[in-house]
Write a protein that binds this ligand. Structure first.
Ligand code: ATP
Ligand code: MG
Ligand code: MG
Length: 357
């Protein structure tokens, strides 16, 4: 009997539980915000993971994060801070967007000198879905916010062709295995849709796997990690890393015989692992700030994951996985979705149609 505690109880924790069920892995997501929660009954054979990179300090988060079986414990803090994350990429010689720490001494002029017309400031910690970003535009003489000094990094604006990600796993005996690269579309800093696998990306797979292997081996990581990249011509630059299951890997729930959640659990519990078999190509559409619509269930190739969270503008509240067993059905269901979805979905859904045109 395997028991896995999860620091955090959002949708990733829920999907880990769901994936654990057929293997009788008892997955227990924990709400770390519970004030003065009870002492958790963690036994010596149990393991602990996290569904987020960062967490507020509470008696519960301390009990989980300071436990000797908290897998990848030191990795979280290191990757949660963009300064230490980018430093790690440089140390490992993994290509990433040129960057520097925004110190007291640095001026916006010096940043434009180094990186050009547009420079992206990113808060060191706490940013997600594009929050915590600030563009410096030379033409508009945008200034560095005072309270961002020492709390942000500056990055060169990358004029990328498109965004891709690689989700992989490292086992306890140090083997690294991967899903095929995923093509991602972000709008206003938030992931809208993913497509995988795509044969037109397969020539980048080896380079991507070498990069993520270097990172996971360098950290002696165990479990699933995601690497977000920019494709610039025939090469990849790492944008950022996530030491956990990742939104751009949700398509594996429909497309693969071992999805990313099960893969993570197998690695944590030291169960047999092999490269997941891809059963079919998939498209994932994030449901962001929209009310649940049962008409989605009438789409013959769709699987709905609804997170049961309060709906707010810009908030991820679910996703739809659409299998691409035949392109005609996919085109029909995307067109159907277009007619049901609000304006901000028209461009992402057209982006999907264009990929299959
Ligand atoms: P996530 O929700 O993926 O954790 P995040 O808030 O941590 O997002 P990033 O992934 O760093 O932020 O950036 C969000 C998006 O902003 C990227 O997917 C990309 O579209 C854009 N972006 C980030 N860095 C750059 C850059 N250097 N040049 C151009 N665009 C960028
Ligand atoms: Mg991020
Ligand atoms: Mg990102």
């Amino acid at each position: 009997q395997h028991t896995v505690w999860v620091l955090g109880n959002g949708q990733l924790g829920a999907m880990l539980s769901h994936a654990g069920q057929p293997l009788a892995i008892d997955v227990r997501p924990v709400d770390i915000m519970t004030p003065n929660g009870d002492i958790l009954p963690i036994e010596s054979s149990h393991v602990i993971t996290a569904e987020r990179e960062q967490w507020p300090e509470s008696s519960t988060s301390l009990q989980l994060s300071q436990h000797p079986h908290f897998i990848n414990g030191p990795v979280f803090g290191r990757l949660a801070d963009r300064f230490t994350q980018k430093s790690l990429l440089d140390e490992l010689s993994v290509a990433t967007a040129p960057w520097q720490l925004v110190t007291d001494a640095v001026s916006s002029e010096a940043l434009h000198q180094a990186y050009g017309e547009r420079v992206l400031l990113k808060r060191r910690t706490g940013g997600y879905d594009g929050k915590g970003q600030h563009w410096l535009k030379q033409a508009e003489s945008t200034e560095i916010p005072n309270d961002w000094r020492n709390e942000a990094i500056a990055e060169q604006a990358i004029n990328f062709d498109e965004e891709v990600s690689l989700v992989g796993v490292r086992t306890q005996d140090g083997r690294c295995l991967f899903y095929p690269l995923t093509l991602n579309l972000h709008q206003d800093g938030i992931l809208m849709a993913s497509i995988a696998p795509l044969s037109r990306l397969s020539h980048l797979q080896a380079e991507a796997e070498a990069m993520l292997s270097t990172i996971m081996n360098g950290l002696e990581y165990v479990g699933v990690m995601a690497m977000e990249c920019f494709r610039v011509g025939e090469h990849l630059l790492v944008n950022e890393l996530a030491p956990r299951v990742h939104n751009s890997g949700h398509w594996t729930q429909a497309g693969c015989h071992i999805n990313q959640f099960e893969l993570h659990l197998r690695a944590l519990c030291n169960l047999p692992i092999h490269t997941p078999q891809v059963n079919f190509q998939c498209v994932m559409v994030n449901l962001i700030g929209v009310e649940k619509d049962d008409r989605w269930l009438s789409l013959q190739n769709a699987e709905l994951f609804w997170y049961n969270k309060e709906v707010r503008a810009g908030r991820k509240v679910g996703h739809l996985n659409l299998s691409v067993q035949d392109t005609d059905t996919l085109n029909a269901t995307i067109k159907q979705l277009k007619s049901w979805m609000p304006i901000q979905y028209q461009a992402p859904l057209d982006w999907i149609l264009a990929e299959f045109a």
